[in-house]
Design a protein around this ligand. Structure first.
Ligand code: ADP
Ligand code: MG
Length: 224
């Protein structure tokens, strides 16, 4: 099995001098294609930062980060944005849906923005609406959905582009435990049925247990 994410000797700090905050100090991590990894650790320790670094959204680090075998360190902006639109997708705690677009329009938005043809995704859209339990809600607006439904909509939006990697940052942080469990079951299906590699940040031991591997951010390093 090959590694879709590889982090070697990662060093990262914010600020300098008195305001310096050390985040990573020689962290290593290898994530195999098709795995579902849960990342846990204290608040403020650098979990969100790691997801930004992996997506090339924060390029101020030392060490090496490889996505699909390619180092992002030396990539230019257009190579990085290609990785972001074709290799990986993010899901956040807050759903970031566009209020005046329907469920279906929200899910199609990344396809539209990247200049791809919507008609090529028609079948996949129907399939994802079914998988996320949103078929009956496809023409509704976000305000007409529960929190769990809004998050499922944002997950459908994240995976319609067929990313290899899904990065989820406390996706259930704003949900009650039963809606949170639905999201975890959805992640499990996306991982097992669509083969999407998932790296999720979570505070909840119940949610973390859905992953097939738990990694902890501890003492500025990533440990099993
Ligand atoms: P976590 O997601 O584990 O709660 P974060 O990755 O958000 O932690 O943040 C780790 C630490 O880095 C925190 O102390 C935070 O305040 C700090 N931090 C995050 N982003 C920045 C930034 N852009 N500038 C300065 N400090 C930051
Ligand atoms: Mg965070």
């Amino acid at each position: 099995m090959s590694n879709v994410i590889e982090i070697r000797d990662l060093r990262k700090r914010f600020g300098s001098g008195e305001n310096e905050a050390l985040i990573y100090d020689g962290a290593n991590l290898a994530i195999e294609k098709g795995s579902f990894v849960s990342l846990t650790g204290p608040s403020g320790s650098g979990k969100s930062t790691l997801l930004y670094l992996i997506g090339g959204l924060d390029r101020d680090f030392s060490g090496d980060i490889r996505i699909g075998g390619r180092s992002i360190t030396g990539m230019n902006d257009s190579e990085l944005s290609e990785i972001r639109s074709f290799m990986l997708s993010y899901v956040f705690q807050f759903y970031n849906l566009v209020a005046n677009l329907t469920v279906e329009e929200n899910i199609l938005l990344p396809i539209e923005l990247s200049g791809r043809k919507i008609k090529d995704y028609k079948h996949k859209l129907d399939d994802l609406l079914e998988l996320t339990g949103l078929t009956a809600k496809r023409n509704n607006y976000p305000s007409q959905l529960s929190g769990g439904q809004q998050q499922r909509c944002s997950i459908a939006r994240a995976v319609l582009t067929e990313p290899e990697i899904l990065l989820a940052d406390e996706a259930t942080g704003n949900l009650d435990s039963s809606s949170g469990e639905e999201i975890m079951k959805l992640f499990k299906r996306l991982n097992e049925e669509k083969g999407i590699t998932i790296l999720q940040v979570t505070h909840s031991p119940e949610c973390a247990a859905y992953g097939n591997r738990i990694v902890k951010l501890s003492d500025h390093k990533l440990v099993e």
